[in-house]
Design a protein around this ligand. Structure first.
Ligand SMILES: NC(=O)c1ccc[n+]([C@@H]2O[C@H](COP(=O)([O-])OP(=O)(O)OC[C@H]3O[C@@H](n4cnc5c(N)ncnc54)[C@H](OP(=O)(O)O)[C@@H]3O)[C@@H](O)[C@H]2O)c1
Length: 375
C-alpha cells in the first residue's frame, strides 16, 4: 500500500489530508504536527467525517517539531513514506491580510519575496531530516516553492516539486478559453509559465508584462493564443471567473496539491502545473508520475526562456537573484518598504542565515501587529 506523510498540520495540511482521506483509494496517510492534543483532534475530525461519508481511510498521526531534525528523521524513517507533502511555514501568506486594511496594503507593497525566510527555514529543516532518514520519497512542498526550491537546490536539498501558485489559475483559464473556443473547459489544454508574482495577480489585473508570462492554449497541437489575444483570455479571470480568495480560497490550493499528489500516489502519468519543479524558479507545466518529472513547456519555448520568464517575475516578487550557492539578493525597493514598516532590512541572505532572518522577521512582525492593535 502506498504511503503519504503530510508534515505541517495547519490550514493547508489539514485540507489536503481531508481531501486524501475522503476517498476509497487504498493508501496510508500520516499527518505530522507538533501539538499532540490538537493533532489528535484534527485527525479524529478527518477520519470520523471520512467514515461518516462511507469511506475507509487509513489515517493516523505522529509528533515532531521540525526544529528537532533527528526526531523528524526518526518519524520519517519509521513510516517510510512514498510521498511527503510539506505544508509547514513560520508565517503563511495570509497572516499579513489579518492586519487592518490600510496597514495590510502598506506591507503588501513589499511583495512576497522579503518573507522568504518564513517559508525557507522549516522546509530546509524538513529536507535535512528527509536526507538524514535516507528517505527515497518524492517530496512535494507548498511553502513558496517558486523561490524556496531554487535556494535549496544549491545545497542539493530542493524538494522535487511544489504545488499551487501557477496551478491555481489554470482552471479559470480553461473556463475562459473554453468559452471563447466553444468547447468544454475540461477539453482545454493550457501550458502556462509564470512566477508566483504574476499568478498571484491574475485575478486582479490583465496588466502583466509579456516578459513575465507565457501561456499557450493548444488546439489540435497548435497554440491559439495569438488568434484569441492574451487580454481577452485573461480579462474574465478578473471578472466572471474570479474566485473567492483568502483562507477560504485555499480550497483551490488544496485541489492543486491533490492534482500533483494523486498521480504520484497512483503511479500514473499526468500533466499538471507546479512551481519549483527540479529546483527551478517559478512555475511550469510538468509531467509527473512513476518516472522522473519533466517539463511540458509551450511549443517553441526553450527551457532557458521559461526560466528567464520566471526570473523576471521573481524580481517583481522582490528577489533580485538567487545564487548557485543558494544565497539570495533582495530588491532594494521592496526592502525599503520592509524597513519603513517593520524596521527590517536585508539585501543579501546566505542560506545559513535564513533561520535567524525568519526569527527576526517574526519578532518585528509581532511588534508591528501589537502596535496596530493599540493604535
Ligand atoms: N503554493 C500555494 O499556492 C500556496 C497557497 C496557500 C498556502 N501556501 C503556503 O503553504 C504553507 C502552509 O500554509 P497554511 O495556510 O496551511 O499555514 P498555517 O495554517 O500557518 O500552517 C503552517 C503549519 O506549519 C506548522 N509549523 C511551523 N513550524 C513548525 C515546526 N517547527 N514544526 C512542526 N510544524 C511547524 C505550524 O504548526 P503550529 O500550528 O504548531 O505553529 C502550522 O501547523 C505556507 O507556506 C503558505 O504560504 C501556498
Amino acid at each position: 500500500m502506498r504511503k503519504i506523510m503530510i508534515i505541517g498540520a495547519g490550514d493547508l495540511g489539514q485540507r489536503v489530508c481531508a481531501e486524501l482521506a475522503h476517498s476509497d483509494r487504498q493508501w496510508q496517510i500520516r499527518l505530522v504536527g507538533r501539538d499532540g492534543e490538537t493533532l489528535r483532534r484534527q485527525v479524529n475530525l478527518i477520519r470520523f467525517s471520512s467514515l461518516q461519508r462511507g469511506f475507509h481511510s487509513r489515517l493516523d498521526h505522529a509528533l515532531t517539531d521540525l526544529n528537532d531534525i533527528d526526531r523528524t528523521a526518526e518519524v520519517i524513517a519509521e513510516f517510510a513514506p512514498d510521498v511527503v507533502f510539506l505544508a509547514a511555514s513560520l508565517q503563511s501568506w495570509w497572516v499579513i491580510s489579518t492586519l487592518p486594511a490600510e496597514r495590510f496594503q502598506r506591507l503588501y507593497a513589499a511583495n512576497f519575496g522579503p518573507w522568504l525566510p518564513m517559508h525557507l527555514a522549516p522546509v530546509h529543516k524538513a529536507m535535512q531530516a528527509i536526507q538524514a532518514a535516507d528517505s527515497q520519497a518524492i517530496v512535494v512542498n507548498a511553502a513558496y516553492p517558486d523561490a524556496v526550491h531554487p535556494v535549496l537546490a544549491g545545497a542539493g536539498l530542493a524538494p522535487h516539486i511544489g504545488i499551487g501558485n501557477v496551478a491555481n489559475n489554470v482552471p479559470a483559464l480553461r473556463y475562459s478559453a473554453g468559452a471563447i473556443l466553444d468547447i468544454a473547459p475540461a477539453e482545454v489544454d493550457v501550458r502556462m509559465v509564470t512566477h508566483h508574482y504574476v499568478s498571484h495577480r491574475l485575478s486582479r489585473t490583465t496588466d502583466i508584462s509579456p516578459t513575465q508570462l507565457r501561456i499557450a492554449i493548444l488546439a489540435e497541437g497548435r497554440d491559439v493564443v495569438p488568434d484569441i489575444g492574451l487580454v481577452p483570455l485573461l480579462k474574465p479571470l478578473t471578472s466572471d471567473y474570479r474566485r473567492t480568495g483568502g483562507l477560504a480560497g485555499q480550497a483551490m490550493t488544496a485541489a492543486s496539491a491533490v492534482s500533483v499528489l494523486l498521480p504520484l500516489l497512483e503511479q500514473r502519468e499526468a500533466m499538471v502545473h507546479a512551481p519549483g519543479p527540479l529546483g527551478l524558479p517559478g512555475g511550469y507545466p510538468v509531467v509527473v508520475g512513476p518516472g522522473p518529472l519533466r517539463l511540458a513547456l509551450p511549443p517553441g519555448l526553450a527551457k532557458d526562456e521559461a526560466v528567464a520568464i520566471n526570473q523576471s517575475g521573481q524580481v517583481g516578487d522582490g528577489i533580485r537573484a538567487i545564487g548557485d550557492d543558494g544565497s539570495v539578493l533582495f530588491e532594494e525597493s521592496t526592502m525599503d518598504v520592509m524597513r519603513w514598516e517593520l524596521g527590517y532590512h536585508c539585501l543579501k541572505m546566505p542560506l545559513s542565515e535564513a533561520e535567524d532572518r525568519a526569527r527576526e522577521l517574526a519578532a518585528r512582525f509581532a511588534r508591528y501587529q501589537e502596535r496596530q492593535s493599540h493604535a
